[in-house]
Design a protein around this ligand. Structure first.
Ligand code: SAH
Ligand code: SF4
Ligand code: F3S
Length: 471
């Protein structure tokens, strides 16, 4: 048994990161058994679930999307805000119920919540029916843990979570969600330690993958017909800084663009490491999409400083302007937190001011949620939850106003869309994304799934567009 430990998770040393190869020499011991996998959180977690799915398939499992039919439940969890916790513990209640009727059901919990000391303690004390807890650093141990569970036939809870800085795994196989778009990890972990954020503790230190390994993956995806890739990292702009190989994110982007894959995206950009050279590369290559997710978090210099973001309002706006000037037709979205401890009305108005200045294409907005073990969670807060909710509402109203306005400008124009599939609610429609990452629903177009086609925008709403095939 290995329990997570916050102090260990905080450590950053100069120790060299190991590159490990995942081995796939296990048996199909679970032939004809069914698994149910539920994923919470960010793209990184969704991509990890594609790795988990592969292990389960190789063990002989088949997927079901009916919880009650499953022999194994895997919850891949997120810890970013308290409501993520609540959702998972709520769902665990259902699993517990099911296990009463079906004692042989195996329940496994992975993801960022398993890296949290308090959560694992709670699972140990209050949720003994959970069979396996595995962390973000040892996803590839899941087959071993499942096989041990099967052989031992015990009711013992198996907790295997490491609070380590982390390694880089290569040779990972994925069972990908899509045959058209794919995620590609370029780095793991985060060293920024924004004072409100749990990620550096749950994901370990920043570890970049070697450029040649990333390129090889992209080339394979291209050969296999993938049209779009999204490079993943908590701070893609800091790519390579930990490697000392003499290359950075702009070099990686350029090399990936030169593979000729049709569409390249990347998340998340941190304003701190975003250089002018990177903007130039994005502007230069047609296959790098004109879309940047650039989290602001707050418009108040005082709050930004307390958050440890290491840029000012003015620096953010300057970077924003430069991106807008150099990349034609770019769309820029953001993340904003309201109600950081002791945020004043003036601080909040500074945030609204940046929204008015930048007029984001869209924004994810959150109420600050204290995370145990982070520096911000120790600050005594004098803002009431009612006030925070009011600010969130005011912010959302403004954000949505600009989203609609930005989208309205597209009405009547023709935009390139990668069509991904049938619209689930309306079988007469397909959906896809514009180059600028706007969701668009299109009447007809079933013949074009998997292709990039020009689409005429007919109607714009705040969160999506409607369009038609250009004849
Ligand atoms: N690495 C990315 C963000 C990953 S988390 C970056 O630095 O931009 C996604 C978003 O969740 C963050 O941008 C932030 O807006 C929000 N978030 C993170 N921690 C939070 C917390 N404790 N409370 C509320 N929102 C939080
Ligand atoms: Fe969290 Fe900050 Fe790292 Fe983003 S950069 S993952 S917000 S610590
Ligand atoms: Fe959540 Fe972990 Fe992603 S905390 S947002 S799943 S990195």
């Amino acid at each position: 048994m290995h329990m997570p430990n916050l102090n260990e998770a905080r450590k950053r040393t100069e120790e060299k990161v190991l590159e490990k190869k995942v081995e796939y020499n296990f048996s199909k011991a679970f032939l004809n058994k069914k698994y149910f996998l539920r994923t919470y959180g960010c793209q990184m977690n969704m991509h990890d679930s594609e790795e988990i799915r592969k292990y389960l398939e190789l063990l002989g499992f088949r997927e079901t999307n009916v919880l009650e039919e499953s022999d194994l439940v895997v919850l891949n969890t997120c810890a970013i805000r308290e409501n993520a916790h609540e959702k998972v513990f709520g769902y665990l209640g259902r699993c517990k119920h099911l296990k009463r009727e079906k004692p042989e059901l195996i329940i496994a919990i992975g993801g960022c919540m398993s890296q949290e000391e308090n959560v694992v303690h709670e699972i140990k004390m209050k949720h003994p029916y959970v069979d396996i807890v595995f962390g973000t650093h040892n996803i590839s141990d899941l087959p071993k843990l499942l096989l041990e569970k099967k052989e031992a036939q015990t009711k013992m809870q198996e907790i295997e979570v490491y609070s380590i800085e982390g390694d880089v795994y290569e040779n990972i196989k994925y069972s990908r969600d899509s045959k058209i778009t794919a995620w590609v990890n370029i780095m793991y972990g985060c060293d920024k330690f924004c004072t409100y954020c749990i990620v550096p503790y749950t994901r370990g230190k920043q570890r970049s993958r070697k450029l040649e390994n990333i390129l090889k993956e992209v080339e394979d995806l291209k050969i296999n017909g993938y049209k779009e890739i999204t490079l993943l990292g908590q701070n893609v702009n800091a790519y390579g800084k930990d490697l000392n190989e003499g290359y950075d994110f702009k070099d990686l982007l350029e090399r990936v663009a030169q593979t000729g894959i049709e569409r390249i995206r990347f998340v998340t950009s941190h304003p701190w490491d975003f250089t002018e050279e990177m903007i130039d590369v994005i502007a230069k290559y047609e296959n790098i999409m004109p879309y940047i997710h650039l989290p602001l978090q707050s418009g108040s210099d005082r709050i930004l400083k307390l958050m440890g973001r290491r840029y000012t309002k003015e620096e953010y706006i300057k970077l924003f302007r430069s991106i807008e000037e150099k990349i034609p037709n770019v769309s820029i979205t953001t993340d904003i937190i309201v109600g950081f401890p002791n945020e004043t009305e003036e601080d909040f108005l500074e945030t609204l001011d940046v929204v008015n200045t930048c007029q984001f294409d869209s924004a994810f907005t959150f109420i600050y949620s204290p995370r145990e073990g982070t520096p911000a969670s120790k600050i005594k807060d004098n803002v009431t939850i009612e006030e925070k909710e009011k600010r969130l509402q005011r912010l959302n109203d403004l954000v949505n106003h600009y989203s609609l306005e930005k989208n309205k400008r597209l009405e009547g124009s023709i935009v390139p869309v990668l069509i991904l599939g049938e619209n689930e609610k309306d079988k007469n429609k397909v959906y896809g994304y514009t180059d600028t990452m706007k969701l668009i629903n299109i009447t007809g177009g079933h013949n074009f799934i998997g292709q990039i086609v020009p689409i005429k925008v007919t109607t714009a709403k705040s969160f999506s567009l409607d369009g038609e095939i250009v004849r």
